[in-house]
Design a binder for this molecule. Structure first.
Ligand code: B16
Ligand code: MG
Length: 217
């Protein structure tokens, strides 16, 4: 018997976080203001709608509902064109090894992502079929830091929340995992992700021995 793993997508499995930032930044510049890397930390793991609301607030802009929808569509088209050439080579360093270990040892894993683009991205990375469950932005009503996305993933894995281990690169995601009473692993800046149970700068730092111990029930 093993525990189950839930992976965030953007910033954990694949480095799409930088493309989200570039697309939002371009949109902001078109509206006459700029956003910083630091502000971008508050967009990670956050849904598309909530991200745009935050950005407009930072830029002191109010837009009509129609323009709001148009800005979201344009940002997404821009983002999709940037990631269109993605392939299995774009798995973040260290991830391939971790996924291989889990697959070979029949340790179930799920996706718990805020992104509505998650399924096509997993398909272009050629890892879609290896997930026991996929929960993404199309399946939830409440965005991280609400634990909904991870709780649904646990249910689909047939695991109790406390038997789930969450890999996250966003503060909102670590908070969601902690609220769900799951084990949280922060991938990225330790100062940002200080509430995680374990911290790694990137996934190459995660030893298989560490995972072996952690997944054991
Ligand atoms: P989309 P994750 C999140 O994915 C991203 O971190 C966040 O920056 C993005 O706004 C959100 O997905 C929505 O993505 O526009 O593709 O629906 O990190 O939870 O996998
Ligand atoms: Mg993320």
């Amino acid at each position: 018997q093993s525990k189950g793993i839930i992976f965030d997508l953007d910033g954990v499995i694949v480095d799409t976080a930088k493309f989200h930032f570039l697309a939002w930044r371009k949109m902001s510049n078109n509206l006459g203001f700029d956003i910083t890397q630091e502000q971008n930390e508050d967009l990670k793991g956050v849904s598309r709608v909530l991200s745009l609301q935050r950005i407009l607030k930072w830029g002191n802009k109010t837009v009509s509902e129609e323009d709001f929808q148009r800005l979201m569509t344009e940002k997404n088209e821009d983002y999709l064109s940037q990631i269109s050439s993605m392939s299995e080579n774009d798995l973040l360093p260290g991830m391939g090894k971790i996924l291989d270990y889990l697959t070979q040892n029949n340790i179930p894993f799920a996706l718990g992502s805020a992104s509505k683009n998650a399924r096509p991205i997993l398909k272009s990375l050629k890892i879609y079929d290896r997930f026991a469950a996929i929960v993404d932005g199309n399946d939830v009503t409440k965005a991280k830091p609400d634990p909904e996305v991870f709780l649904i993933a646990a249910e689909k894995l047939n695991m109790k929340p406390e038997d789930c281990i969450v890999f996250e690169d966003a503060l909102a995601g670590i908070e969601a995992a902690n609220t769900a009473r799951m084990i949280s692993i922060g991938i990225g800046d330790k100062n940002v992700l200080q509430d995680a149970d374990y911290n790694f700068a990137d996934s190459t730092e995660i030893e298989i021995e560490f995972l072996e111990k952690l997944v054991r029930k």
